[in-house]
Design a protein around this ligand. Structure first.
Ligand SMILES: O=C(O)C1=C[C@@H](OP(=O)(O)O)[C@@H](O)[C@H](O)C1
Ligand SMILES: C=C(OP(=O)(O)O)C(=O)O
Length: 424
């Protein structure tokens, strides 16, 4: 097992966060569905976005790098190669759940989705229900993932749960405009991770697609065409959260590349850290977080912002008093059981965390001790532990650090650039 030693060190300097993984997935998909050529600026080709790009290429899109920009030639319906299609999602839930409805809508033959890690164990039931209701054949093995599906998906009424993953809704919103008839999606349970659906609607609008929100869901006119254009992917708040938390814990890091008016749901990291006593300061596009009086515990609702809970747990572990992270059960169905991983791994470093079925109770301590900790092969757990190391008394010995490539391939380079001390 590979181990990285991360020595305690206060971070100091400025970093440019990678572009938003969520927006990059969406831009690549939308551009791939256009009839012409689109140019995407600022795409960070992490493992997940690479899987989405390769998946859209398997469905018939073409892509090439031109002077640091990604030129995407959309797929032409009816001109695709015939035969079965194989899509390797690697460990990306977004790729899998965004591309299943597209494969059903676009590909006449069978499509096989494969993947690794935890992906085969993450839920797909809302799509299974739709395929059953429409009489579409499918077969599924979870360990490792091997899902075979076959369209054609028909327009119409879709009843969809909103409280498992918003990614099912995003997948349908990409595919339904391509069908001949109109569709209506009715959410049968309240939508969680709703900010991600806002990002989907933003990108759809940018590529000329109309979706009409209705009281209980969405009306999606059929027969629409994605319009090619140029699109710039903004910086990622989910990744910035790690360095903003480091700032709140005494480091001096400026985070560049974020939009102050972003629609990313993980912008909530600023509101939550502010509630804990942190202050934010923008200088141009550089954002800095400080907490001169220290942090205090608070109540954090994870329902709309699951991805920022790992860094916020580090902030809470070192805050004064108790933090409750509630509505957090869905963290168990990510790349690992994140609720359990946060409690165990920060606990191994000296944090006081009690894990409950749907929540974490975190009682702040003055400092962490350091020691051996495991990433669970989950990028956000690895980055969480690196940020915790900035406030440990002794080094953190991080097992399996390489998983950061899922979303932030240069994480350790950036970490070292601002004075972090780590080596294999
Ligand atoms: O649509 C997206 O880009 C994402 C949605 C969220 O998933 P859930 O909707 O399953 O919470 C989030 O956790 C994931 O990292 C990215
Ligand atoms: C859960 C994540 O991504 P996905 O669902 O796309 O695998 C993540 O990036 O934390």
């Amino acid at each position: 097992m590979e181990t990285m030693q991360i020595a305690p060190a206060r971070l100091c300097g400025s970093i440019r966060v990678p572009s938003s993984k969520s927006l990059a997935h969406r831009a690549v998909i939308a551009a791939s569905l256009c009839q012409g050529k689109s140019v995407l600026r600022g795409v960070d080709l992490n493992d997940d976005v690479r899987a989405t790009l390769a998946g859209m290429q398997a469905l018939g899109a073409q892509a090439a790098w031109q002077e640091g920009r990604l030129a995407v030639q959309g797929l032409h319906a009816g001109e695709r190669a015939q035969g079965d299609c194989l899509i390797d999602c690697n460990e990306s839930g977004s790729t899998l759940r965004f591309l299943i409805p597209l494969a059903l809508a676009l590909w006449g033959e069978a499509t096989t989705f494969i993947g690794r890690g935890n992906l085969g164990k993450r839920p797909l039931d809302p799509f299974f229900e739709i395929m059953r209701a429409q009489g579409l054949p499918f077969s599924h093995e979870g360990d490792p993932l091997c899902l075979k599906v076959r369209g054609p998906l028909q327009s119409g009424k879709f009843a969809l749960r909103g409280d498992i993953s918003s990614q099912f809704l995003t997948g349908l919103l990409f595919a339904l405009p391509l069908l001949q008839g109109d569709s209506d999606i009715e959410l049968t349970t309240p939508l969680q991770s709703a900010g991600y659906v806002e990002l989907t609607l933003d990108v759809l609008r940018d590529f000329g697609i109309k979706v009409v929100p209705t009281p209980g869901g969405y009306h999606v006119p059929g027969g629409q065409h994605y319009c090619a254009g140029s699109y710039a992917v903004e910086g990622d708040y989910s990744q910035a959260a790690f360095f903003l938390v480091a700032g709140a814990l005494g480091s001096d890091v400026a985070v560049q590349g974020l939009r102050a008016d972003s629609h990313q749901g993980d912008r909530l990291v600023m509101d939550i850290l502010q509630r804990m006593g942190a202050q934010f300061n923008w200088t141009g596009d550089a954002l800095q977080c400080r907490a001169p009086q220290g942090l205090r515990g608070t109540r954090i609702d994870a329902a709309q912002c699951p991805d920022i809970i790992p860094p916020l747990a580090v902030a809470a572990a070192l805050a004064c008093g108790r933090t409750e992270v509630v509505n957090a059960g869905r963290l168990r169905i990510k790349e690992c059981d994140r609720l359990s991983a946060i409690a165990h791994e920060l606990g191994a470093l000296g944090a006081h965390i009690t894990e409950q079925p749907d929540s974490l109770i975190i009682d702040g301590v003055a400092s962490l001790s350091g020691g051996r900790a495991f990433s669970h092969q989950d990028h956000r757990i690895a980055m969480m532990l690196a940020i915790a190391a900035t406030r440990c008394d002794k080094p953190v010995l991080l097992q399996e650090p390489g998983c950061v490539s899922k979303s932030y391939g240069n994480f350790y380079e950036d970490y070292q650039k601002v004075g972090g001390v780590c080596g294999r």
